[in-house]
Design a protein around this ligand. Structure first.
Ligand code: S3P
Length: 167
């Protein structure tokens, strides 16, 4: 199985992917890191400077295509993958479970305060608009929705592990 974690920027996808990888003993990968490798950049600001958001989205599609048939892998996606239906279609091509990590915007805003690494999280007003626009998309693509609340990544990973074993 391939486990695909989706959710807004700063919702905790990477931490959960890492904890889940340790618990299940399978590899995890971070889409943003692959974007950097493929575009020979080191940050999202560099990706945007090089080719704008379109370069990010095209690279994400290429990665999804490349990973479509992979199994025994946890993928921590970038928050914008739900903007391109084709990405989720690639990920769902072979046995997969798409899990939406649902974190309230207020919590995300607190977590990302002072973090200027994300070009699309410039200010709270625009980020909230993006969040409201994307929420139905995450819900639509998810096979499972997990409310993160203030629980630890380990706790969330345990819940996911349990739900997978119950399938
Ligand atoms: C983005 C999310 C980021 C990164 C880029 C754009 C988005 O990933 O791909 O800055 O559009 O939501 P994270 O969700 O890992 O922060």
């Amino acid at each position: 199985m391939k486990i695909v974690l989706i959710g807004f920027m700063g919702s905790g996808k990477s931490a959960v992917a890492k904890a889940l990888s340790e618990q299940l003993g399978i590899a995890w990968m971070e889409m943003d890191q692959l974007v950097y490798q493929k575009t020979k950049t080191r940050s999202m600001h560099e990706v945007f400077a090089l080719g704008g958001e379109i370069l990010l989205r095209e690279t994400e599609i290429a990665i999804a295509k490349e990973y479509a048939l992979k199994q025994d892998l946890i993928i921590s996606t970038g928050g914008g993958v739900v903007l391109n239906k084709i990405i989720l279609e690639y990920f769902k091509k072979q046995m997969s479970r798409v899990i939406f990590l649902h974190t309230p915007f207020e919590q995300i805003a607190k977590r990302l305060e002072g973090d200027d690494s994300r070009p699309l999280f410039k200010n709270l007003k625009d980020a909230k608009k993006l969040y409201d626009f994307r929420l139905p998309l995450y819900l639509n693509y998810a096979d499972e929705v997990i409310d993160l609340g203030l629980r630890s990544a380990t706790d969330i990973a345990l819940q996911i592990k349990g739900s997978i074993h119950g399938l």
